[in-house]
Design a protein around this ligand. Structure first.
Ligand SMILES: Cc1ncc(COP(=O)(O)O)c(C=O)c1O
Length: 385
């Protein structure tokens, strides 16, 4: 039913039916109450306590699941909170295979925290399916990847990797962090992923004013376990934040289209400029996995990375429309130096091996007017020489 409707129709209506409230409010109410009156001990009307369930959160989770053609949506206090809860599906002695070019905080969680529970991770370049297969051990229970990756925007063949893993070991849980593209441009569950994971903090909320994460799945068994962990570990978002994200989703399609237009315009400009060594954007024909990107996604967000020939600190200092800040996916354009900002927590030798040098700049191209963004990049490139 939901899949027959367009993306924005689902974003605007799924889970939002006014008939579910006695007052029939068109915009779902923000329910801040932490507890709910019971008709008799143990007899409640669907909600008992705010950590185990909240009507505003439920509206958002239903909408997120519908947008992805998923069955279940769960939200968490942050993207890393979603990751922490998902990896809590693992047990001591289990093994995880992760993409080598992950968000730095995910890498840190796997290398510094999971290891204490005797859960070891192997990091591989997943642009080669064979690397993934070779890394699987008898105790491997989870595969974790991001595509496009962060910050180098490598594109991993989701279908090829998932098919190769599942045909050998159907028990391995495949998780795709879909933060960079959102379900508007890419739907990992349709390629056979078990869980599509998000930092909602980024494009899905899109206004840089909420920290939140999500996990979407079609599997009832995983939903049951994750729902238990969501409550048991307590990593839940606030109802207020849920209301903000639920509102933001209504414009996700429009925002993603504009991010794509602006991001591609900036990437093309950078590629034409003599002070730029190399540009990474999956929708540029020069991108090594351009054809794959076009095949498995319907577009790209505002994420662009590039190697600058000049002085990167001077470039960042000169920017006027772009703001020097971590994070991504908001309406405002941001620029950052991954080696000392978002990816500082990745060990130095690994950063060097990945190509995360002090010349690598990552842009989150926002929704401002295209000509102002290009002009800002142009004057900063001149200042960096
Ligand atoms: C791709 C990706 N995944 C996960 C996270 C973690 O999300 P959060 O900051 O909401 O905890 C981030 C944060 O930057 C991210 O970029």
């Amino acid at each position: 039913m939901a899949s027959a409707q367009g993306f924005s129709t689902i974003a605007i209506h799924a889970g939002q039916d006014p008939q579910q409230w006695t007052h029939a409010s068109v915009v779902p109410p923000l329910v801040m109450s932490t507890t709910f009156k019971q008709d008799a001990p143990g007899q409640h009307r669907g909600y008992e306590y705010g950590r185990s369930g909240n009507p505003t959160r439920n509206v958002l989770e239903t909408c997120l699941a519908a947008l992805e053609n998923g069955k279940h949506g769960l939200t968490f206090a942050s993207g890393l909170g979603a990751t922490t809860t998902i990896v809590a599906l693992l047990q001591a002695g289990d093994h995880l295979v992760a993409a080598d070019d992950l968000y730095g905080g995910t890498n840190r969680l796997f290398q510094k925290c999971l290891i204490k529970q005797n859960i070891k991770s192997t990091f591989v370049d997943m642009t080669s399916v064979q690397n993934v297969i070779d890394a699987i051990q008898p105790n491997t229970k989870m595969i974790w990847l991001e595509s496009p990756s962060n910050p180098l925007l490598k594109v991993i063949d989701l279908k090829a990797v998932i098919d190769a893993v599942k045909s050998r070991r159907p028990d391995i849980i495949v998780v795709v962090d879909n933060t960079f593209l959102t379900c508007y441009f890419q739907k990992p569950l349709e390629f056979g992923a078990d869980i599509s994971m998000y930092s909602l903090t980024k494009y899905i909320n899109g206004h840089s004013d909420v920290i939140m994460g999500a996990a979407i799945t079609r599997r009832d068994d995983l939903e049951e376990k994750l729902r238990f962990l969501q409550n048991a570990m307590g990593v839940v978002p606030s109802p207020f934040d849920c209301a903000l994200v639920n509102r933001s989703i209504k414009t996700l399609e429009l925002r993603m289209q504009r991010h794509m237009e602006n991001g591609l315009a900036v990437a093309k400009f950078l590629e034409s400029h003599p002070n730029v060594e190399r540009v990474f954007h999956p929708y540029l024909p020069s991108h090594p996995q351009h054809e794959l990107a076009v095949k498995q996604s319907t577009g790209h967000s505002g994420m662009v990375s590039f190697y600058l020939k000049g002085n990167s600190k001077e470039f960042l200092k000169a920017l006027k429309v772009f703001t020097l800040a971590e994070s991504l996916g908001g309406y405002e354009s941001l620029a950052e130096l991954p080696s000392v900002m978002t990816h500082a927590s990745v060990p130095e030798d690994e950063r060097a091996a990945l190509g995360i040098t002090d010349q690598l700049i990552r842009l989150s191209v926002g929704l401002e007017s295209e000509q102002d963004l290009v002009a800002d990049i142009q004057q900063a490139l001149n200042a960096s020489q």
